[in-house]
Design a protein around this ligand. Structure first.
Ligand code: UDP
Length: 425
């Protein structure tokens, strides 16, 4: 066991996350009666099913965002669903972020020390699991070996992968692949993300894109005046155009590239402001290094703002920033899904984003915003939207209907119930 973990065995119980209370009936006015009836009929034979969702953190990324709505809605549909996170441990998260990056294609040869820090943590947390479940769903690379160390325990086991694993670094994938193959099923956002050589038959693979919750504090309607007040408190001048990226400080989200685009646009729009809004997540130690370079790159520019949760940016503030911005940018190089894209579009704000992974699923040129390749492309697309407000409004409105149809949590819930039915009925 690595030195840093010695003596910690007794602290390795998973952390139970308290659930918000959500009621399916509240969604009827947004998605219609038929969608709710379909969910109720899918859930009818699953009443009381004990489902555990297990991931790395309770806040600060898309998975936590998604589980905070999905799990309470499973409960509203009659299932006995719970949400746990792995015990929080800095060294473990350093290692799992390296695996996360490697699964998205960054070269990485796992060291013996990394492997034992990773596996020891999953083993000790799995050994601490005492409750029984009918289905356990583990999310992303962090708990991937939990299934192996927990044993079957009478449950069906599902690995839910949220990242783009289409071209993983071979050494890391060779190591994790046998753990994935012990699951009864694996869920990917896109068929294209299934990693090479995965030995799970077609019948054990599910393809389910994530979704946003239109009634969460992050996404629910807010009056324009309140949004303006909220962002003004952070120094934004609401009379001038605002370009925003809401993303963890992660090299795959390319915040330095966003600053480059903003600089180009600043020549054409001298009053343009930039807001980089980034939650600092516990399982993402790399974020602090990216944060330092973002801070130094924006230093001395009074119109370039960098905000984090440490400045008091929470769901309400993200909601307000996404609504007040003239354009939201999401300059991802690789992206499993990117909830922030649907979040902004749902709020009527057009998005200019990288043509990659799950982003291209959520929007297309003229529907929700524009997909862009290089900095020139981004600058041209954003300029067009800043210059023509009626174009911006029409593009966002078209995208909102696509989000309503495909990327709201009720659709995700129905897909999840379909998968559970296939596993247990
Ligand atoms: N987010 C937030 N505050 C921030 C940055 C991000 O609340 O400062 C939220 C964002 O609104 C979204 C989630 O974190 O709900 C990020 O999900 P996404 O799928 O875009 O990216 P991930 O972090 O999972 O790669």
């Amino acid at each position: 066991m690595p030195e840093a973990m010695r003596g910690r065995e007794h602290t390795l119980n998973a952390v139970r996350i308290s659930l918000k209370k959500k009621s399916l009936a509240d969604y009827e006015r947004i998605v219609g009666r038929d969608a709710i009836d379909e969910i109720l009929s899918l859930a009818a034979d699953l009443k009381g099913l004990r489902v555990l969702h297990l991931n790395a953190t309770a806040s600060g990324g898309g998975v936590a965002e998604l589980l905070s709505s999905l799990v309470p809605l499973l409960v509203s549909a009659g299932l006995a669903a719970e949400w746990n996170t792995l015990p929080q441990h800095a060294e473990f998260f350093e290692v799992t972020k390296r695996f996360h990056n490697a699964l998205q294609g960054m070269p990485y040869v796992p060291t013996e020390e990394d492997v034992s820090a990773y596996l020891d943590h999953d083993r000790l947390s799995a050994e601490a699991l005492t409750a029984s479940y009918d289905v356990v769903v583990t999310h992303d690379p962090q708990p991937v070996a939990f299934r192996h160390f927990a044993g079957r325990r009478g449950a069906k086991w599902v690995w839910r992968c949220h990242i783009d694993t289409s071209a993983p670094s071979a050494d890391a994938w060779d190591l994790l692949r046998p753990f994935v193959e012990e699951y009864d099923a694996a869920v990917f956002t896109l068929r294209a993300f299934v990693p090479p050589g995965l030995g799970l038959g077609q019948e054990r693979l599910f393809f389910i894109p994530p979704a946003i919750d239109p009634l969460s504090s992050k996404n629910r309607h807010l009056p324009e005046s309140l949004c303006e007040e909220v962002v003004s408190e952070f120094g934004i001048d609401v009379r001038h155009p605002l370009l925003t990226q809401v993303s963890r400080f992660d090299p795959w989200k390319d915040p330095l590239g966003v600053i480059g685009i903003y600089r180009r646009l600043k020549e054409r729009f001298p009053a343009l402001q930039l807001a980089l809004v980034a939650f600092m997540a516990q399982d993402d130690p790399e974020a602090w290094r990216v944060y330092a370079s973002v801070e130094s790159e924006t230093a001395g520019d009074p119109d370039a703002y960098v905000f984090t949760n440490l400045d008091g940016v929470g769901s309400l503030e993200v909601n307000a920033f996404q609504r007040v911005s003239d354009v939201v940018v999401q300059k991802s190089i690789r992206e499993g899904f990117g909830l922030v894209v649907s979040e902004a579009i749902w709020k009527g704000t057009p998005v200019v984003a990288g043509d990659t992974g799950g982003i291209s699923l959520q929007m297309s040129d003229g529907v929700g915003g524009y997909l862009a390749d290089d900095q020139d492309d981004y600058a041209e697309r954003i300029s067009a939207l800043l210059n023509d407000r009626s174009l911006a409004t029409a593009v966002a409105a078209a995208g909102r209907e696509r989000v309503r149809e495909h990327f709201l949590v009720t659709r995700l819930l129905a897909d999840e119930l379909r998968m559970l039915r296939e596993l247990v009925l």
